[in-house]
Design a protein around this ligand. Sequence first.
Ligand code: BTN
Length: 259
Amino acid sequence: MSIDPRNIETQLKHPSYPLHIFHTVTSTNQVVWDLLAEGNPFPVMAIAAQQTAGRGQWGRNWVSAVGGLYLSIGLNLQITAQNAPHLTLFSAWGIAENLRNYGLPVKLKWPNDLILQGRKLGGIKSETRIKQEIITNCVIGIGINWCNQVPDPGITIQSYSKTHYIDSLETLAAITINGVFRGYHYYLSNGIDNLLRNYIEILDSVGRKVIIEGMTGTIVGVSTQGELRVSLQAPGSKTTLKLPPGTLSLGYGQGEGIT
Ligand code: BTN
């Protein structure tokens, strides 16, 4: 499967941003870091038809067969290191909103999953370079299942049988790129509190029960540091826990608990 860059560029809201297209790479995130090291100007965008060492969250491998979208965007921004989770939050929200505008009822699973019909449609892996507690550069990597073979509990857009308006991998790429910039500009203009209000509206797990150290809690939202807010209720007391990304695994229907 070859990817036609012109078909993506004509659909971009900011068409002057250069797009680097590859057939096979290790990881598009690594490719963007390399392009930045060579002096390419921001933003840098790379897409590959397949990856041999795709990077997933928590050190996992991202299976990247031909037919999926493998995209990374390098941005230079100045935010404090403790706000690193904002990168995933604004990207996930912007991409999900754009996919929803094209008829796919995508929801979010905290912190970085795009879900469709309760199954994993895609994920985001952001990486940062930090100098003196400030993030100076970041790479936002996105994998979305178009027609590739997916491991369970995955879903592809092409297997979704209801009406939508995404007709090619190139259109999906353009929607996704526009989505990252939509989220980024919304975050810069309106701040994290407003972004989170929107993010939580399409967060699948709000109201869900979780068991934490033997106690039942209810997911109530996400904090400005990207932590999952869980309300614990015991007779006579109510506490809200804030769980950093990576400490709680919200499964796909198999139950959940502290990882
Ligand atoms: C996850 O684990 O849910 C996040 C997966 C992110 C995968 C994408 S594919 C394009 C980009 N390049 C990588 O190596 N990883 C990200």
